[in-house]
Ligand binder design. Structure first.
Ligand code: PLP
Length: 349
């Protein structure tokens, strides 16, 4: 569907919006800003450039030592055609915390949000029509400068690209079936599980690939120290529901502090649930009434089953679930259907 507004500008890119999935679709522009170590981008001026390959030295710290962070956030189109970003200030702050851990200089919160806005505006006709998906924005912060001895890069690049994304990550329309891998771990105490560094992702490929080959949607990881407690899924947080109580593992260095997680906890409290952050033994997970995952890509995805060793626990899914109510509320705010009295959405000018 390509359409044109009253001024003759194309309002939507010419793709089949009904077929939108998760394959990366190149859009028109990306944002780039560079800085040298020490100035934290305060002297830097970023700019939009045509989307395309970037040149990077084989000596760069990101290629040799994985000195890199990613973020992820979405822009949604409202029914009346406005475009809303969801909580970009939170992504900016999370990137700053990760940057300190990796000794990367980082953009200010204002620079980050301004860059995200510019990228979304430049690619506005790639924001899907209301209800058909979202424009996923991927900020990256990488050590692009030359190093050979083990040290932080002397130059760093902040880049943002954007790609349209469908609505149903992990599952087509139903619930996710998770597999607990008790041999491979995602994060250890004192490590980097709590930041969104690029090194956290390829180590889950083996477990996730094997689980998908066996028909599971994704892998749920346990804590590396004892193997007894639930941590998170490969790219989403996890919640369990028992009666009126919603529980999720605490943020203590091995679990990513998800922005969706934080938002859902607040919404659940508003809706009258009891919300707990606590260490969740696998037994409590297997004994839960309902389970769901949260994240920018999955939004809120119900979990239909969890398989641990030789046991498969099944959970209630469908209309009358906590996850369904939370998803309706969260998605309603993100898409401008429910009034945002929390100041979570940022409209593009
Ligand atoms: C490992 C991991 N956990 C949780 C999340 C959910 O975080 P958010 O809700 O901020 O997208 C993500 C996605 O960013 C992730 O990669």
């Amino acid at each position: 569907m390509a359409s044109v507004n009253r001024d003759g500008e194309e309002t939507y890119a010419n793709i089949n919006w009904d077929q939108l999935g998760f394959a990366p679709t190149p859009t028109d522009y990306m944002y780039m800003m560079k800085c040298s170590n020490g100035d934290n981008f305060s002297q830097s001026q970023g700019q939009l450039v045509r989307f395309g390959n970037i040149e990077i030295s084989p000596f760069s710290a990101v290629l040799n030592y994985a000195q890199g962070l990613i973020e992820g956030l979405k822009a949604y189109r409202t029914e009346d055609g406005r475009v809303l970003l969801f909580r970009p200030y939170e992504n900016a702050k999370r990137m700053q915390i990760g940057a300190q851990r990796l000794c990367l200089p980082f953009p200010s919160v204002e620079q980050f949000v301004d860059a995200v806005k510019q990228t979304a505006i430049a690619n506005k006709h790639w924001v899907p029509p209301h209800g058909k998906g979202s424009l996923y924005l991927r900020p990256m912060l990488i050590g692009s400068g030359h190093v050979l001895g083990l040290a932080p890069a002397p130059e760093c690049t902040f880049l943002i690209y954007a790609t349209p994304m469908g609505n149903h990550y992990l599952t087509k329309h139903g619930a996710a079936n998770l597999y607990i891998d008790d041999k491979l771990h995602r994060a250890a105490r004192g490590g980097t599980g709590g930041i969104k560094c690029i090194t956290n992702y390829s180590p889950v490929f083996e477990a996730v690939t094997q689980a998908r080959a066996r028909g599971f949607s994704d892998v749920l990881f346990l804590d590396a120290a004892t193997g007894k407690y639930v941590e998170e899924v490969s790219s989403s947080n996890v919640f369990i529901v028992k009666g009126n109580v919603i529980s999720t593992p605490p943020i203590d260095g091995t679990v990513l502090p998800g922005i969706t997680r934080k938002s859902l906890m607040e919404l659940a409290l508003d809706m009258g649930y009891q919300v707990e952050e606590r260490h969740i033994p696998v037994e409590d997970l297997m004994d839960a009434d309902q389970v769901f995952c949260s994240g920018t890509a999955v939004v809120v995805t119900p979990v239909g089953s969890v398989t641990y060793q030789n046991t498969r626990a099944e959970y209630k899914t469908g209309e009358e679930t906590v996850s369904n109510k939370l998803k309706a509320m969260l998605n309603g705010i993100q898409m401008g259907l429910i009034e945002d009295n929390k100041g979570w959405t940022l409209a593009l000018d």
